[in-house]
Design a protein around this ligand. Sequence first.
Ligand SMILES: [Zn+2]
Length: 166
Amino acid sequence: MTGVPDEIERLWTPHRLEYIKADSSSSDECPFDVAPTKPDEESLVVARGTVVYAVLNLYPYNPGHLLICPYRHVADYTELTDDETAEIATFTQKAMRMVRSVSGAHGFNIGLNQGSVAGAGIAAHLHQHVVPRWGGDTNFMPVVGRTKVLPQLLTDTRKLFADAWS
Ligand SMILES: [Zn+2]
């Protein structure tokens, strides 16, 4: 089966970098620092915790692809405080329950890309991926990855998720 990567390898392929909405007026700023300073509807923030928040990925691998980030600009998992580590775990559980209830996801890919070499698109600011999976979704994933996402669709998804979060 040489040359036929499995689903997970394809999902985490480094060239499929993730991005979130960049502020064109200040491209030097870290988008994960900027997102929580904006209205949720604009930044696509789904839920805000004490030390972390959950935001929709602007370029999802799959519909409903969430990123869970500490507010603090920190790159490496080993640098997280105990509070940040615990709340990322809590938010991951809440996100899974919420996405299951809203969309009936069959499974998830959850994880951290640590460093550019591992495929992190924004390596300087840690973000945990929560990617919903459905049976048979692998066939359209490459299409999704190359299709321009309609902003309105993400806005609708954000509201649906935010309402279901609590
Ligand atoms: Zn940052």
